[in-house]
Design a protein around this ligand. Structure first.
Ligand SMILES: Nc1nc2c(ncn2[C@@H]2O[C@H](COP(=O)(O)OP(=O)(O)OP(=O)(O)O)[C@@H](O)[C@H]2O)c(=O)[nH]1
Ligand SMILES: [Mg+2]
Length: 164
């Protein structure tokens, strides 16, 4: 009986956990993108003032609940010496968001090179990838990714859900 009830409880309240990696050059707007996503999808979230967002050195984590699943964002630092840490997250992530600063024409080639390296990784084969030029349209972007990761769940199943 306990098993039955706990199974039902889990079914009703647990959310599947998916992990989305946010990559791109330093200063591309990754942390700003994450902030925009939290502002859009978290009720009553007080967004940080843009001037409060500083360069990411470690890992910046964000969590939002969308369409019955939990999205965990991993926003990594984009500085050149930090890029070597990105691939540690590839095997565990369910999708990649690659952020490009479309106003920064001078660094377009550099961004393209880094992008090519990312998509060339064997650990990302079959993983949905979203390429964006900033926080405009964050709502549509995340909605699209949510559908993608759900559809791709047979390849990359969600992590064990927690309760909340
Ligand atoms: N005008 C404008 N400024 C932006 C936009 N996105 C980011 N910025 C500014 O660009 C700067 C860098 O943004 P971040 O979000 O910290 O960039 P990041 O990609 O996280 O950088 P790293 O953490 O160093 O890898 C900040 O001063 C932001 O306010 C945007 O869409 N429009
Ligand atoms: Mg950042």
């Amino acid at each position: 009986m306990y098993t039955l009830l706990s199974g039902l409880y889990k079914h009703l309240v647990q959310k599947d956990d998916y992990f989305l990696l946010i990559l791109g050059l330093d200063n591309a707007g990754k942390s700003t993108y994450l902030e925009a996503a939290k502002t859009k999808f978290k009720k009553d979230y007080k967004s940080l003032n843009a001037s409060k967002i500083t360069t990411t050195v470690g890992l910046n984590i964000g969590q939002v609940d969308v369409s019955g699943i939990r999205i965990n964002f991993w926003d990594l630092g984009g500085q050149e010496d930090l890029q070597s840490l990105w691939d540690k997250y590839y095997a565990e992530c369910h999708a990649v968001i690659y952020v490009v600063d479309s106003a920064d024409r001078e660094r377009m080639d550099e961004s393209k090179e880094v992008f090519d390296r990312v998509i060339g990784s064997e650990h990302l084969i079959g993983v949905p990838l979203f390429y964006t030029c900033g926080p405009d349209g964050v709502h549509e972007g995340i909605d699209w990714l949510v559908e993608c990761v759900k559809r791709n769940a047979a390849n990359r199943p969600p992590k064990d859900a927690d309760f909340s």
